[in-house]
Write a protein that binds this ligand. Sequence first.
Ligand SMILES: Cc1cc2nc3c(=O)[nH]c(=O)nc-3n(C[C@H](O)[C@H](O)[C@H](O)COP(=O)(O)O)c2cc1C
Length: 341
Amino acid sequence: MGLYSALARPLLFRFQPETAHRFGEYALRASPLWSALRPMLSTSDKRLETTVAGIKFPNPVGVAAGLDKDCRFLPGLLDIGFGFATGGTVTRDARPGNARPRVIREPGQRALLNALGFLGEGLDAAESRLRKLSDEQRKRIMVSISGTEVDDIAECHRRLQPLVAALEVNVSSPNTAGLRTFHQPDNLGRLVTALVEQQDRPLCVKLPPWRSDEERNEMMPMARASLEAGADGLVIANTRPTEDDRLAVGRGGLSGAPLFEDTLRMVADARQELGSEFALIACGGIGAADHVWRLLEAGASAIQLYTAFIYEGPGLPGRVNRDLVKRMESAGLNSLPSGGG
Ligand SMILES: Cc1cc2nc3c(=O)[nH]c(=O)nc-3n(C[C@H](O)[C@H](O)[C@H](O)COP(=O)(O)O)c2cc1C
């Protein structure tokens, strides 16, 4: 058992999830510490290099949106060995989020339930923090943007794109009233077109998950509308909408281990249905090299994770990457399975 599982996690889990998150954030902001630990924690092996929408990342294991909503500790996340990190979701204006309780841990399932809503300090704060990153760091940063109005999202896109490698537009948070307007393919197409017109960085659209045929019939047209309007890729997917009375608003999004099989199924489905020409970032329930490997084989270009990091701590990205290298060696391969895009 590692230091995190034996000591840090039991201590952090004595606090409310949002308080524990703040402690974790302070720790990850201690940049010199993580730079010094970088050789121990991260793995630099050329065989792990991964290209997503034309951008080269040192490995396929990325941080999902929401972990660093206000772009405060992205360099720390890169130093501990993630190949790339996604800041945000950033909205134009600061937002307080939903009423509490709004995050619940489900340790038995290695899962979280959250109904944070778009909680954050807004565009000005994110922009000024991203400005402080070095060029080297920026090459490995994505930023997630959203809002309920095309103009607001376009402003986030215009101001943040010079500061990052790629952007992701989130139209899939289950916790934000007003976002469903972009579940209409025409509206989503108009949004993506507006962003593509001012685009000089790759743009991905983060979709909601689908389980039933009815949901699939809603999400596939969203995926198609995004790609036809010029998006470079898709992030599949966001949390699973779930009703739960322990949350003040009565419903939220489930994340973590219970999502993995759905993620695998959706990635294979999307690749089969939509072709191999777009970047596909898999997200949901990923926490081990075997997950990453199977997703790459199923058609993912790279992966993002959040909840497994809360349960496994800062050793996770290095461990996953080292295990990917071992897997390549035992399969006699010099590169990772190629998912396309
Ligand atoms: C507390 C919390 C906050 C999140 N906030 C965001 C967010 O701001 N934007 C977004 O696109 N996804 C957000 N997500 C969803 C994650 O990016 C990811 O899609 C989801 O958690 C599934 O991945 P995981 O199982 O690895 O956590 C959030 C997830 C959690 C648990």
